[in-house]
Design a protein around this ligand. Structure first.
Ligand code: ADP
Ligand code: MG
Length: 719
């Protein structure tokens, strides 16, 4: 097997230049997203197997699984009448003794293991009743390669990597491929990370780390430790993953900081926060005050605001947004408040209207937020658009309709985006470019873990609302196995009698042939007949816009006792009199989404009860997920668990962002490494100015990032 002439490879070489790669494998690898040598090197094994030489022949007992290094004394083929394939019999020896070996089939071994060949053997020793002796049965074998480099063998006689078998590419093929490629690159001194960073963080060099991830050195430690994040080659590559992403974030942040503001805030007179607070029926929470102060700082700086307001459900984000908007309007600028649904946009418009009516200062009373959505049409729409274009209309709250090309602004100074993850980057950009570097405040109703914020939203400043307003009623969560008549009569009827309101949430609108889950239409019919004395409303994604609003409005007024709905009510909806929510087929929803739903109750004077009803076919894993919700009321902790279970891709539009997914790093487990990588990336980008050496390092780093992450340019070009 030795002596394959390898063409020298580069990291950028296509895989067609690698040994053993024909058109079929090429296509299969490409389907796995592996296109060049670098992709291949970053496809790491998921575990290792110990196939080291740990025994001499005389140590062997029946049942031993062994790696041996031995020499072939004899080898021959024997036809056995009953068997279709020939039996290959050999005898091997080392210094301690000799041992018979048999294989079934595999005639090529006759050539490969001719007498006198030294080789590794890995297999199980059994007792043969025929020869009345121990025999090594069908071992894996590999001859020793005398060539330079790290290779003695790939498959036996060492700790070997085990790769995921996908697209018909076996672990063994992958192992060979990785081994040959590493051998061809042997002695590579390239390292994407700046030398200074490597030294300070005490990191291993790049190539040795890659080699050892695939083919670990001999170690006395248990093999599982090779999977630990502090195994030096692994920890170096985890750091690298975080560093690359944070580098991108810092570069972007720096470019934002160097772009100018479109408007300047006049010097502050009376403390705007105190002024704002005086007009509210309640004091701001400490966290809200801090966030408002952060925003004031941004607005009076030299660059546009780019802030992420993070807070649990009900922490009062809308009020902070209102504060930001108010500051903008005071300076004669326009503001746009973007929400993902019509219901939510209307609610925000209503909240702002009420707020600005009572806010001190004559000019605020004249601020009339107008709504722009698909349902605003005809003359009303034309009037609104022309007053936005002339700058006469200062504040608009709207849905996706705001993003359309025919919606111009005169001087858009502030963009607030609620539920930012419901919008793609391109959509955010579409709104932002309607102004000249407007201030941007993004919010999310779902709390996201700090590690996720620091990584995928690392270019934004963060304000954290880690405190709920006082007097928030607790919500108790229960997992119930079924909702028969008894459940409704015992748990729900008493609340209806007290004139409290109830949400019932279902995953489907109507019966589906392909999905086994309860649906809203049936639930609506069932509850209407079960509770003839109470009115039951139905709201789904298919309800027409106007009817949706009307239904929501009459539920808010209390005309209906029960609202049966799909997740259209998921975000933001504020009905203080609702005290109970039942979620059917709860296993079909994400944890963060369920927490968001839970936030819809307990918003008034009464405590809430949240019932989760898993479908009958829910597995153990699914139940355990729901139990997390039962056990923790804190949204940040729920989100962290959700991140742990589902990974970042499913979170908050991360997959759609065009940003790279992590291969080795784990956002929950490796937060410590993340924070360090972020800090060092920030310093590296900050100190870059004027030093030729670091300019060179930056361009090398960027080239590497582009090679490694193909979609990153798309992300870089959007704000
Ligand atoms: P979310 O952060 O989930 O968007 P909202 O902004 O909808 O939360 O606020 C939830 C509720 O809490 C609203 O009814 C709001 O009026 C109320 N609220 C906000 N801030 C305070 C406060 N400081 N004190 C009391 N109630 C508040
Ligand atoms: Mg909200």
């Amino acid at each position: 097997m030795s002596g394959i002439a390898l063409r020298p490879l580069k990291l950028t070489s296509g895989l067609d230049q690698c040994p053993m790669i024909g058109p079929r494998r090429l296509a299969r690898l490409e389907r796995r997203g592996i296109r060049n040598v670098l992709d291949l090197l970053y496809t790491f094994p998921f575990r290792y197997e110990d196939r080291r030489v740990r025994f001499a022949i005389s140590d062997l007992r029946e049942g031993t699984e062994t790696g041996l290094l031995a020499t072939v004394r004899t080898i021959r083929k024997k036809e056995v009448r009953k068997l279709r394939a020939p039996v290959i019999e050999a005898e091997i020896f080392d210094r301690s003794g000799s041992l018979p070996v048999v294989w079934f089939g595999q005639e090529y071994l006759l050539k490969q293991l001719s007498a006198g060949t030294q080789a590794f053997f890995f297999g199980k020793v059994e007792y043969s009743p025929y020869t009345r002796s121990l025999v090594l049965k069908s071992p894996l074998t590999e001859t020793i390669d005398p060539e330079e480099g790290f290779r003695k063998s790939y498959h036996v006689g060492r700790i070997v990597p085990v790769y995921r078998e996908e697209e018909g590419i076996s672990s063994a093929v992958f192992r060979r491929l990785a081994g040959d490629v590493l051998r061809s690159l042997w002695g590579e001194t390239f390292d994407p990370l700046p030398g200074e960073v490597r030294n300070e963080a005490g990191l291993m060099d790049w190539f040795p780390s890659i080699v050892e991830m695939h083919f670990p050195k001999e170690t006395d430690r248990p093999l599982e430790e090779l999977l630990d994040p502090d195994y030096p080659p692994r920890s170096r590559l985890i750091f690298e993953e975080f560093f690359l992403l944070e580098y991108l974030m810092m570069v972007r942040k720096k470019s934002l900081l160097s772009s100018g503001r479109s408007w300047e805030m006049s010097p502050l007179g009376e403390d705007p926060i105190a002024l704002f607070e005086q007009s509210l029926p309640f004091p701001l929470t400490q966290a809200q005050r801090r966030a408002c102060r952060d925003i004031l700082g941004d607005l009076s700086s030299t660059h546009p605001m780019n802030r992420f307001l993070l807070g649990d459900v009900g922490s009062g984000k809308t009020l902070v947004a209102a504060f930001a908007i108010l500051q903008t309007l005071r300076e004669g600028q326009q503001a746009a408040f973007l929400a993902p649904t019509e219901i939510l946009a209307q609610q925000h418009a209503r909240t702002l209207l009420k707020l600005f009516k009572t806010t001190r200062g004559e000019e605020n009373r004249q601020i009339l937020p107008l709504l722009l959505s698909q349902s605003v049409r005809g003359a009303e729409r034309r009037r609104l658009l022309s007053s936005l274009a002339s700058g006469e209309q200062k504040l608009v709250v709207g849905t996706h309709a705001l993003l359309e090309e025919g919606v111009p602004f005169h001087s858009l100074g502030m963009v607030v985006i609620d539920e930012q993850h419901k919008f793609g980057v391109a959509q955010r950009k579409a709104l932002a470019t309607k102004g000249r570097n407007p201030d941007i405040l993004v919010m999310t109703a779902t709390p996201i873990p700090r590690s996720l914020a620091l990584s995928y939203y690392g270019d934004l400043e963060i304000s954290l609302l880690d405190e709920l307003p006082p007097g928030r009623q607790p919500v108790t969560t229960h997992l119930v196995t079924e909702t028969g008549d008894a459940f409704w009569k015992e748990k729900i009827l008493p609340a209806l009698k007290r004139r409290e309101q109830v949400f019932v949430v279902l995953p489907l609108i109507e019966e589906s042939e392909s999905v086994e889950a309860k649906n809203a239409m049936e639930a609506h019919a069932f509850l209407s007949s079960l509770f003839p004395d109470y009115r039951v409303a139905l709201l789904t994604g298919r309800t027409p816009g106007e009817e949706k609003d009307a239904t929501m409005e009459s539920f808010r007024r209390g005309d209906f006792s029960i609202l049966v709905a799909t997740t259209v009510i998921e975000v933001g909806v504020d009905i203080p009199n609702a005290t109970i929510m039942i979620v059917e087929n709860a296993e079909r929803f994400g944890l963060a989404q369920l927490h968001q739903l839970r936030g819809r109750i307990g918003r008034g004077a009464l405590p809430g009860t949240f019932y989760l009803v898993p479908g009958t076919s829910t597995g153990e894993e699914g139940r355990r997920r729901l139990e997390i919700l039962e056990a923790c009321p804190d949204g940040f902790r729920v989100a962290e668990e959700d991140l742990r279970i589902r990974g970042p891709g499913e979170f908050m539009g991360v997959r759609q962002s065009g940003l790279p997914m992590f291969t080795l790093a784990d956002l929950v487990r490796d937060t410590g490494i993340l924070v360090r990588a972020r800090e060092m990336a920030s310093r590296f980008v900050g100190s870059g100015e004027g030093r030729r050496e670091s300019a060179w390092e930056m361009s090398r780093l960027e080239e590497f990032i582009r090679l490694r992450y193909k979609n990153v340019d798309q992300w870089l070009s959007t704000r």
